[in-house]
Design a protein around this ligand. Structure first.
Ligand code: ASP
Ligand code: MG
Length: 431
């Protein structure tokens, strides 16, 4: 009597109103009637979590994280109870569960807890009794039994963890976009939806600012090889984007996506003495302050002095400048300056592993647009460039064209069915 099982996660806009909740209930009812078991994970109704955060901040600037968790977890409870009622109203047996009831155990790092394991006994029983389970995402309990939350956007991670624990065939993430795009469609009119993206690519994209999925959710899915599908809850029958293991038989486009991030700033130290220990001094003090540096370049030295630049998140610029002024004095650098009118443009593609000339093509197409490159960094499947912010749109569009993304990327063999590797079941252990 082994029925197929899917885990579906619905984001805040998908359950944002009673209408939307009823719409989602109808979707689930249809799938349920095909004989598939469904476990649903919900986010709080759109805007709800922000509202709760604001309430807390009306009382104090730095509320205790433990109390924040209890407060924030309530948003997801509301949507899970309402969706369960909507299912029941359609005659579908359904049961709502909080993080505690679903057995999701985490560490004790309040407001950004990590999942340790899921004790899925109760869920398995509820499934046996033919229920759709509607789980309040984003939350668990620690070993003391206190409520914890998984960090903003954490319901995605709840969904993947449950999919793994219950041995689901895949985890479907329903949101307000119909998949992962080659670029931000607001910036690049010719952006196309991707059919398939590898975990590695998705991880790069998520950390470069693609908002579709929480980074940790992708890490989790990768670790347990759980296929993820991103789809829109507004479109019926859309295929969305499948995120899965790279398939060596697959015809890889060289580049899958072009990302941009305008939220960067650059600090330059001029005429730094070129001696051992200087970089350690600079970046040690940045690290001590808990700030994180992204790219670093150092010029070749002239007469024992060199210039050194690095980038970091714009929000951290002021704090970093205060530190750098001090460091500059200590190491006798001549001058420190900041530039926040920059943007980071990145090209991501697993196909880069086996193709050469990617960097050259980037430089050529940017130079054709007369865009100057200020900094460059590369990794196995990514090249990032810092440019002046005013050129962002031109750069992203030029690269989108240069890498052949304006037309639908090379047809990729569907690997949806082939890709069902053995997965670890029931217990999820922390790394
Ligand atoms: N409601 C939480 C948030 O807004 C978690 C989530 O939506 O995944 O961050
Ligand atoms: Mg979300």
């Amino acid at each position: 009597m082994n029925m197929p099982l899917v885990v579906q996660k619905y984001g805040g806009t998908s359950v944002g109103t009673i209408d939307r909740i009823q719409h989602v209930a109808q979707r689930i009812a249809r799938i349920r009637k095909t004989g598939t078991q469904v476990v649903v994970v919900v986010s709080a109704m759109a805007g709800e979590t922000d509202k709760l955060v604001k309430l807390a901040h009306q009382i104090c600037d730095n509320p205790e994280r433990r109390e924040m968790d209890l407060l924030l977890s309530s948003g997801e409870r509301i949507s899970s109870a309402l969706l369960t009622m909507a299912l029941q109203a359609l005659g579908i047996p359904a049961i709502s569960m909080t993080g505690r009831q679903i057995g999701l155990q985490t560490d004790s790092v309040h407001t950004r807890a990590r999942i340790k394991q899921i004790d899925a006994k109760r869920a398995q029983q509820a499934l046996k009794e033919n229920n759709v389970i509607v789980v309040a995402g984003f939350q668990g309990i620690n070993e003391k039994g206190d409520v914890t939350t998984l960090g903003r956007g954490g319901s995605d991670t709840s969904a993947v963890a449950l999919a793994v624990a219950l041995g689901a065939s895949q985890c479907e993430i329903y949101t307000d976009v119909d998949g992962v795009y080659t670029a931000d469609p607001r910036m690049v009119p010719k952006a196309k939806k991707l059919d398939v993206v590898s975990y590695d690519e998705m991880l790069e994209m998520a950390s470069l600012g693609a908002k579709v999925l929480q980074i940790r959710c992708v890490e989790f899915a990768h670790k347990f090889r759980m296929p993820l599908v991103v789809k829109s809850s507004y479109i019926e029958g859309g295929k969305g984007t499948l995120i899965c293991e790279e398939d060596s038989n697959m015809e890889q486009p060289v580049v899958s996506g072009i990302m941009y991030d305008k939220n960067q700033a650059k600090i330059t130290l001029k005429e730094v003495p070129d001696q051992p220990g200087i970089a350690a001094n600079i970046f040690g003090s940045i690290a001590d302050a808990g700030l994180s540096v992204d790219m670093i370049i150092q010029n070749i030295s002239a007469e024992g002095h060199t210039d050194l630049s690095f980038t970091l998140d714009r929000e951290e610029l002021n704090e970093a400048m205060v530190i750098m002024e001090k460091v500059a004095k200590k190491i006798r650098a001549v001058n420190v300056s900041a530039d926040s009118k920059i943007a980071k443009i990145s090209i991501v593609g697993a196909g880069m592993r086996s193709h050469s000339g990617v960097a050259a093509r980037i430089f050529k197409s940017l130079s054709k647009e007369k865009i100057n490159i200020l900094m460059i960094s590369t990794s196995e499947i990514k090249v990032s460039c810092i440019i002046e912010q005013k050129h962002t749109k031109a750069a992203v569009n030029a690269l989108h064209t240069a890498f052949g993304l304006d037309t639908k990327p090379t047809p990729i063999k569907s690997i949806e069915n082939k890709n069902s590797p053995a997965r670890k079941k029931s217990k999820i252990k922390k790394k």
